[in-house]
Each structure stands twice: as C-alpha cells, then as structure tokens.
Design a protein around this ligand. Structure first.
Ligand code: CU
Length: 65
C-alpha cells in the first residue's frame, strides 16, 4: 500500500509507529510512503511536529482492511 500525503497549511508530522511511518510534511510537497501492514485494524497516526494550538489533538486514522 502506498500513501501520498500532503500538508495544506504548514509543516506537520505524520507518525504511526506500528506501520513504521515517520514523515515530515511541508506545504506544496507530496510525501510518499509505502507500507506493508501485517494485520488489519485501525491505526491512529499523530502529528509529531508542533504546528500550533490544535497540535495536541491532531490525529489521523488509517483503516487497514
Ligand atoms: Cu502538529
């Protein structure tokens, strides 16, 4: 599975330990990561680069079926 990820407004991180994703995202640049999940499930990714007041609640979900 290949993910294409972009930041729309400012720098962000995109981190998910179990899927071995650790990207630094910048606006106007598409980051690409290929993952090979070993199990199905719901994986919560976080932003790990401080990006402002909403940073602490910035979570993204990757559903692997
Ligand atoms: Cu952040």
């Amino acid at each position: 599975m290949t993910l294409h990820v972009s930041a729309l407004d400012r720098d962000h991180g995109f981190y998910q330990k179990d899927l071995k994703i650790d990207l630094d995202l910048t606006p106007d640049h598409e980051s690409v990561v290929t993952i090979t999940p070993q199990t199905a499930g719901r994986f919560v990714a976080i932003c790990d680069n401080f990006c402002g007041s909403g940073h602490g609640n910035m979570k993204m979900v990757i559903n692997v079926e």
